[in-house]
Design a protein around this ligand. Structure first.
Ligand SMILES: Nc1ncnc2c1ncn2[C@@H]1O[C@H](COP(=O)(O)OP(=O)(O)OP(=O)(O)O)[C@@H](O)[C@H]1O
Ligand SMILES: [Mg+2]
Length: 158
């Protein structure tokens, strides 16, 4: 079995979230960031997850043409030890029977998709000792992906 790279935690300031490129796609980006101190996180894995989730959301939004596009990024500490990051879109939504299948390697509903993105995100979340889950009220009702991670404070920061 392939060995996974050990996690390398680095100081990350979550309010500097990746959102700039979305403006070009007429996507309104709402940021709901609560006060989160700098944390020690595996920056590479976190970015891999966020880039994939935001890219999927952008595709789900462009598949749903009849309203203004919005993507909400929210970051909050649930308690001292647990961080929650949500990527929510009001795009095409996900049928109930697909909510678990979407994490399977190779599952895609997109013409040019590979079905690799969410599988690697779920693995990366597990390697960071966290979890990634998907929720949707069904087709046409958007989707939200919830990433939960252990929050390790940078020692010395308030
Ligand atoms: N935000 C979303 N809204 C609706 N469906 C989604 C969303 N994110 C993922 N999906 C569904 O999950 C499937 C799998 O996503 P995944 O990112 O693994 O693969 P992909 O985007 O199809 O291809 P790629 O490997 O290029 O990322 C998608 O094809 C789509 O059906
Ligand atoms: Mg994808």
């Amino acid at each position: 079995m392939a060995r996974t790279r050990p996690t390398a935690r680095r100081r990350v300031e979550l309010r500097n979230g990746p959102a700039g490129a979305l403006q070009r796609h007429q996507v309104r980006v709402l940021k709901e960031f609560s006060e989160v101190p700098p944390l020690l996180l595996d920056k590479h894995r976190l970015l891999l997850i966020l880039v994939n989730l935001i890219s999927n959301a952008k595709q789900a939004l462009s598949a749903q043409d009849n309203h203004a596009h919005a993507l909400t990024l929210s970051v909050r500490l649930l308690d001292e030890c647990n961080l929650r990051i949500c990527v929510q879109d009001d795009g095409e939504g996900i049928a109930a029977e697909n909510l678990t299948r979407i994490f399977a390697h190779g599952f895609t509903t997109r013409k040019d998709g590979h079905g690799f993105g969410l599988h690697s995100c779920a693995l990366a979340a597990m390697e960071m000792e966290g979890s990634l889950t998907a929720h949707s009220e069904g087709p046409g009702h958007g989707a939200v992906f919830v990433l939960k991670l252990p929050a390790h404070a940078v020692s010395g920061s308030s």
